[in-house]
Design a protein around this ligand. Structure first.
Ligand code: F6P
Length: 360
């Protein structure tokens, strides 16, 4: 193994830099192997300044830094790239160009740090002959084949801190506080932060809710003399029989963006006579320094990905299973996204403690 490439694709997540650092340090120390970084996801392959060498000096001090020193793009799908042809905006497939570039660069492996979209593309590139290894990244924790993605723990920590802060002001003003959290179609962030922060109602995509049930919980608390309530709402949550709420529709380049359900829930509660405020935590969940858990996981993932490359085990993804780092088929990992298991102990625990999911 002489040369490894590494890229970060899709939305950023705390811990990306920790993976890059582990990749560079392991490749150089353990294998005397050169590492090159590709800027802005797959886009870097078709940009003149998109390929940069990565040495030990380049990764010094980046362990606690959020974001990614390589940059990323969440509309960088090489199979559907925006371009101007004859003055018109068109969508083109540049995947063959990328494969040629990877061959020209003589990479023995390309390590792709991404969520399901980026890893899906990685698997397709493998089918075109690229020696790919995936590293599961996302704050949403929704990638199949692994118990954890790096970035999730940091997002849950930030969301829990937000709930803690909302608690004090909610109690002072006798208000209902609604907090909309990220997660796309998976409710892990809202569920984990909701439990860790002591929310009274948690709304997640996996459990469609009824507005009346949410208000019933607020009313029950008021009747008991507790004049405030905290409601954690996942951006993908939806009322029974209704669709999810989007702040922007998608097209072949952009994925649709979820957002707005928190406001709708808040307005409904207010209409029932309870003073309510809504907070959308948004991209704060993606920023900042990774937690020690995410640094630890990211470091282990990065080093394990290099070891996989050395063994020539391609089209695989590093994964956490029962505390150990293992590898799984990339194809299987991206085939089915992970969702909250509503029959598992986390949800059962919450229900048993009186937390409402708005469904009963
Ligand atoms: O997948 C990570 C995520 O932060 C989701 O939780 C959220 O729906 C989406 O990305 C937001 O994407 P963007 O950065 O395009 O606003």
């Amino acid at each position: 193994m002489k040369r490894l490439g590494v890229l970060t694709g899709g939305g950023d997540a705390p811990g990306l830099n920790a993976v890059i650092r582990a990749v560079v340090k392991t490749a150089i120390h353990e294998y005397k192997c050169e590492v090159i970084g590709i800027r802005d996801g797959y886009d870097g392959f078709i940009d003149d300044r998109g390929i940069i060498p990565l040495g030990i000096e380049d990764v010094r001090g980046i362990l606690p830094r959020g974001g990614t020193i390589l940059g990323t793009a969440n509309r960088g799908n090489p199979y559907a790239r925006k371009a101007i042809r004859d003055g018109e905006e068109v969508t083109i497939d540049v995947s063959d160009e990328i494969v040629k570039c990877i061959k020209r660069l003589k990479m023995d492996a390309l390590l792709v740090l991404g969520g399901d979209g980026t890893l899906h593309i990685a698997h397709e590139l493998f089918q075109k002959g690229v020696p790919i290894i995936g590293v599961p990244k996302t704050i949403d924790n929704d990638i199949g084949g692994t118990e954890a993605t790096f970035g999730f723990d940091t997002a849950v920590t930030t969301a829990t801190e937000a709930i803690d802060k909302l608690h004090t002001t909610a109690e002072a003003h006798h208000r209902v506080m609604v907090l909309e959290l990220m997660g796309r179609d998976a409710g892990f962030i809202a569920l984990h932060a909701g439990i860790s922060g002591g929310a009274d109602v948690i709304l997640i995509p996996e459990i469609p809710f009824k507005y009346e049930a949410v208000v019933a919980k607020v009313r029950e608390r008021v009747d008991r003399g507790t004049l405030f309530s905290i409601i954690a709402v996942s951006e993908g949550a939806k009322p029974v029989g209704e669709e999810q709420v989007f702040s922007r529709t998608g097209d072949e380049i952009y994925v649709p963006r979820l957002g707005g359900i928190g406001q709708i829930v808040g307005e409904y509660i207010e209409q029932q006579g309870f003073e309510t405020r809504v907070t959308v935590l948004g991209h704060l969940q993606r920023g900042g320094t990774p937690t020690p858990f995410d640094r630890w996981l990211a470091t282990r993932y990065g080093a394990a990905a290099v070891r996989l490359a050395a063994q020539g085990k391609f089209d695989r993804m590093v994964s956490l299973h029962a505390g150990k780092i293992v590898d799984v088929s990339l194809e299987e990992a991206v085939a089915v996204s992970k969702r909250v298991d509503v029959n598992e102990d986390t949800v059962i625990t919450a229900r048993g403690m009186g937390i409402s999911f708005g469904d009963e």
